[in-house]
Design a protein around this ligand. Structure first.
Ligand SMILES: NC(=O)c1ccc[n+]([C@@H]2O[C@H](COP(=O)([O-])OP(=O)(O)OC[C@H]3O[C@@H](n4cnc5c(N)ncnc54)[C@H](OP(=O)(O)O)[C@@H]3O)[C@@H](O)[C@H]2O)c1
Length: 168
């Protein structure tokens, strides 16, 4: 099963401010939908609260040790590894880890692919962050630029990174 992470981060790795996204970028939301639709998605409790409802067309999994009630169909696991084991047993081909900062940090070493939208701005009041993509451990295999326009306050670049697995 391929473990993918999907994220949009500023130049200084900010992904959230006060449990919301720092921007509104409709074409990035379309990219997110395209990459995640039909796949199980794993998110942390704060991201679940921030979304406010399950993402349609996807199996929604929340990682939390404290969450009490979720709508029917949404699954809760207390550890990321438990969720991945469950999905592997269900023979899913790919899972998308969709944030937020704490979950990305905990899952970085488990991921095979990162779909990164690098938003070309610096956010100074960030409260959630994406980990640094360590050079040597990850390879940039594709990117596509998107300019700023009347619907997008910032230019951004879609990127696909692949983990460099060592053959031990
Ligand atoms: N730009 C993007 O692409 C993007 C994507 C997603 C989210 N975001 C933003 O990210 C922010 C939320 O991120 P966040 O870092 O505050 O929270 P988070 O990662 O969404 O959720 C953290 C919570 O998940 C639970 N958890 C379970 N296993 C964990 C583990 N191994 N490590 C850490 N937490 C674990 C904990 O809840 P319990 O205490 O209940 O166990 C923890 O408090 C928001 O601003 C949101 O808008 C941005």
């Amino acid at each position: 099963m391929q473990v993918s992470m999907i994220v949009a981060a500023s130049e200084n790795n900010v992904i959230g401010v006060d449990n919301e996204l720092p921007w509104r970028l409709p074409d990035d939301l379309k990219f997110f939908k395209k990459q995640s639709l039909g796949k199980p998605v794993i998110m942390g409790k704060n991201t679940w609260i921030s979304l406010g409802k399950a993402l349609p067309g996807r199996l929604n999994i929340v990682i939390s040790a404290t969450l009490k009630e979720v709508p029917e169909g949404v699954l809760v696991f207390s550890r990321i590894e438990e969720a991945l084991d469950y999905l592997r047993a269900q023979h899913h081909a790919e899972v998308a880890i969709i944030g937020g900062g704490q979950i990305y940090k905990a899952a970085m070493h488990l991921a095979d692919v990162i779909y990164m939208t690098r938003v070309h701005t610096t956010i100074n009041n960030g409260t959630a962050f994406f980990p640094v993509i360590a050079p040597g451990q990850w390879q940039l295999v594709w990117e596509e630029a998107h300019p700023a326009d009347d619907k997008h306050a910032f230019a951004f670049t879609f990127q696909r990174w692949e983990a460099q697995k060592t053959n031990a």
